[in-house]
Design a protein around this ligand. Structure first.
Ligand code: NDP
Length: 450
């Protein structure tokens, strides 16, 4: 269809060198073809060209002082992509690989993910190429204060509400929030992922990981199976990976791996959650230290897989949870996963599987839950935090968790129903993209040309 092709070509020319963004846009637009074939309405309103262009993008300089007294400079970003369904909502990523293209890809995915939650939130994303690794607490604080000194003028509790992502956890949200209050004098829900004593929601920290497991449960249930007793592969060792592992253990599954950028732990007796939390949430150290307390586990350095893929995906298992970063799962990994018996994949990370891997999963007709559906539990619970902040309440865990479970079941149902409607049952990628797109596009059309 020339409409889709022409839009992608125009994007490549008008936004050069944003490979991850083209990848995300291509996946969505290709899935929308059957919708456009059936319904010229969206074409008549020129919706694709409008939806791939952010409403607004901010790029700014961040200057901060190191413990050695030197001044350092980083780039800061915030993309306010689409507000048709509500205030911009999406996390902040601090990682040296961040570029304006990374933030655009994440913001674009966020539009459809947020729409799938059924909650009134638009799509946004932000971050910096700052590397939090090996920085002291004081350096992290000064960087966060410098970042917020520019960001505060662009955000607000009913206009744009950032949260965490890679490199931005509870500590960073605390420093960012402190600076926002200092600059504005306001105590309001302008960030989510806050501490429980100062406006945070119970269950937010756990929500993305728990949600990815609930999504897997829904996919398995649709095939007459259960997560209990399943051997699971998890990549990453950050927020999403840790709480994926926690929920898997609680449900009687056996997660045998976790990983960071330096290597992979394989523990056939099940990952020791308390040890993992101690290493990553308290000591913030390398996973290799896991072996000092669990000598029977195995450590595979990332250098063993320098060019193509990840050690996590080369083991025998039933279910896989990619929870580290984009494009961490290649076609070679996908082939290995299928050969090793994996029949269900639920993505905790954003766009962790590359396009060839996704095609392989769809052709094999396994249960494959794309990130924009399977990891939406985090942003959904962020919206619950916004609701609690605006009513000055704090809900108990049972209430938040029940809502999270319902939201994940609804997302799965919407994706499955939409896939069925377009004649491709089990294709949850197509289901997620069309279901998310329709909500946003219909709202944009109803609100006129803006
Ligand atoms: P964290 O920073 O807490 O953890 C990220 C983990 O992934 C770390 O173990 C990190 O290892 C590893 N990792 C990061 N980059 C690479 C890389 N290039 N190669 C190998 N490993 C890498 O982030 P989160 O857990 O919050 O986020 C993980 C994923 O989940 C991201 O894709 C994020 O966008 C997505 N996500 C997060 C949500 C949330 O609520 N936090 C919500 C929805 C999606 P190391 O420390 O060594 O770098």
């Amino acid at each position: 269809m020339p409409y889709v092709h022409d839009t992608l070509e125009r994007l490549r020319k008008s936004s050069p060198a944003q490979t991850e963004f083209y990848q995300a846009a291509e996946e969505v637009l290709e899935c929308l073809r059957p919708l456009f074939d059936r319904d010229p309405y969206y074409h008549d309103h020129n919706i694709i060209e409008r939806i791939v262009e952010p409403e607004r993008q901010m790029m700014f300089r961040i200057c901060w002082t190191g413990d050695n007294g030197r001044v350092y400079v980083n780039k800061g970003y915030r993309v306010q992509f689409n507000s048709a369904l509500g205030p911009y909502k999406g996390g902040l990523r601090f990682h040296p690989s961040v570029t304006s293209g990374t933030i655009k890809f994440l913001g674009f995915e966020q539009i459809f993910k947020n729409a799938l939650t059924g909650l009134p939130i638009g799509g946004g994303k932000g971050g910096s190429d700052f590397d939090p690794k090996d920085k002291s607490d004081n350096e992290i604080m000064r960087f966060c204060q410098a970042y917020m000194s520019e960001l505060y003028r662009h955000i607000g509790p009913t206009s744009d509400v950032p949260a965490g992502d890679i490199g931005v956890g509870a500590r960073e949200i605390g420093y960012l929030y402190g600076q926002y209050k200092r600059l504005t004098g306001r105590y309001e829900g302008v960030l989510t992922g806050k501490g429980l004593d100062w406006g945070g929601s119970i269950g937010r920290k756990e929500a993305t990981g728990y949600g990815a497991v609930y999504f897997a449960q829904n996919m398995l249930k649709a095939r007459g199976e259960n997560i209990e007793g399943k051997t699971c592969l998890v990549s990453g060792a950050g927020n999403v990976a840790i709480y994926t592992i926690e929920k898997l253990l609680a449900l009687g599954a056996n997660p045998i791996t976790c990983s960071d950028s330096r290597g992979t732990i394989v523990d056939n007796n099940g990952i020791d959650l308390a040890l993992l939390k101690e290493l990553k949430e308290v000591k913030r150290t390398s996973l290799e230290q896991y072996l000092t307390k669990r000598p029977k586990a195995r450590y595979i350095p990332a250098t063993d897989y320098p060019d193509d893929g990840h050690a996590v995906w080369r083991l025998k298992a039933d279910v896989a949870f990619p929870c580290a970063t984009q494009n961490e799962l290649t076609d070679t990994d996908a082939k290995a996963l299928l050969q090793n018996g994996v029949t269900c994949i639920s993505e905790g990370a954003n766009m962790p599987s590359n396009a060839a891997a996704i095609n392989r999963f769809l052709n094999a007709n396994i249960a494959y839950g794309p990130g924009k559906a399977a990891n939406a539990g985090g942003v959904a619970t962020s919206q619950l935090e916004m609701a609690q902040n605006s009513s000055m309440e704090q809900w108990p865990l049972v209430k938040v968790d029940a809502k999270l479970k319902d939201i994940m079941a609804n997302i799965h149902q919407q994706c499955a129903d939409t896939a069925e409607e377009f004649g491709e049952p089990n294709n949850l990628v197509l289901g997620a993209n069309i279901a998310g797109f329709r909500k946003v596009a219909n709202a944009m059309i109803a609100q006129g040309v803006t």
